[in-house]
Design a protein around this ligand. Structure first.
Ligand SMILES: [Zn+2]
Length: 336
């Protein structure tokens, strides 16, 4: 479809994350014309975040020059539980949102039809439509990022559960004596295998080490210019590659914990594929490859016969692509 053809229409897909809000401006056949992102001002509350989103929507419409009348709608993936009417975010621990009517507020601010769903469900739909889940009837998407999200497709359909709250894989309990999670429970998977979990583990090791009589030398301080607030997963992987004992042991634990959660999912769902996305899925040799090796060592052999783990080829766009799919599906103009 020529983007300037009279029938060409456009959709905006949004992925609302705990750190960034990602946007794609696409044609109705799924071709992405522009992508952008803004930081999520979590501490300013939902009104500020939604107003930032509406401003970016205006800017994308202006920059692309097709006019607001040619925008079919806007889809938005939210990190939390969405109500059964697909209007409100009931609870989003990473955003600290409770009962936020995203649909009404954003429709008013942006002057467009807005459709919302859980971000991880949308990432699974994005994969099913245009990614590694194409043509696969049973697969699970796991987003390894600020939190851990899940989207489960069973026999070609999203598993939603009775209250639209299925597939919250990040909150399965890995250690009931563990640290408290934003969901108020203890020892959730995302407290052990998300990006902040890795950073927290290293900080914990460093603080234990500080109080030891014979301290283990660490290059971590040097890598983050002696400012531990700058510590992130990339620096930790680099330190581990360079042989830093604390970084190595933190990464090894991260590998074990990530694999444990995936193996649990394989036991329960016997999927054809697990598709990994989110920031940590880019850490191939440092994290993902050893995670896959561990899963293949420990998961039940019978479930591994027709099974593979793939990193999303949509990368950071899976959620936004799913958001576009959501709008097109709602408007019955979907091209598979
Ligand atoms: Zn939790």
């Amino acid at each position: 479809m020529n983007e300037n053809a009279p029938g060409a229409r456009y959709v905006i897909g949004i992925d609302l994350g705990g750190t960034f809000v990602k946007f794609v401006y696409a044609r109705s056949d799924g071709e992405i014309l522009m992508a952008d992102k803004i930081p999520t001002r979590v501490s300013h509350g939902p009104d500020a975040v939604l107003s930032d989103i509406a401003k970016k929507i205006d800017e994308l419409i202006d920059r692309n020059g097709h006019g607001r009348q040619n925008i079919i709608g806007c889809g938005i993936g939210c990190p939390g539980t969405v109500d059964a009417d697909f209007r409100k975010v009931i609870f989003a621990p990473n955003l600290k949102w409770n009962d936020v009517d995203v649909k009404s507020k954003l429709e008013e601010l942006a002057g467009l039809s807005v459709y919302i769903d859980n971000d991880a469900n949308l990432a699974a739909l994005g994969e099913y439509w245009r990614g590694a889940g194409r043509g696969v009837r049973d697969f699970i998407c796991v987003t390894l990022g600020t939190g851990i999200g899940g989207g489960i497709v069973v026999n070609g359909k999203l598993l939603r559960g009775v209250n639209n709250n299925a597939a919250e894989v990040g909150h399965m309990t890995i250690d009931f004596n563990g640290a408290q999670c934003g969901c108020s429970n203890y020892g959730c998977w995302e407290k052990y295998a998300s990006a902040p979990a890795l950073v927290a583990r290293v900080l914990n090791f460093l603080s234990i080490n500080k109080n030891q009589r014979s301290k283990i030398p660490s290059i971590i301080f040097e890598l983050c210019s002696n400012d531990l607030s700058k510590l992130n997963c990339e620096l930790i992987f680099e330190a581990a590659r360079r042989g830093d004992p604390m970084a190595k042991s933190a990464v090894n634990q991260q590998i074990e914990f990530t694999a444990i959660g995936l193996i649990n999912l394989i036991y329960i769902f016997n999927p054809n594929k697990i598709i990994l996305s989110g920031g940590l899925s880019a850490a191939g040799e440092d994290l993902i490859k050893p995670v896959i090796d561990t899963v293949f060592k420990k998961a039940p052999k019978v479930s591994l016969r027709d099974f593979e783990i793939k990193v999303s080829n949509l990368g950071n766009d899976a959620g936004s692509m799913g958001a576009i799919f959501l709008v097109l599906n709602e408007k019955n103009i979907l091209e598979m």
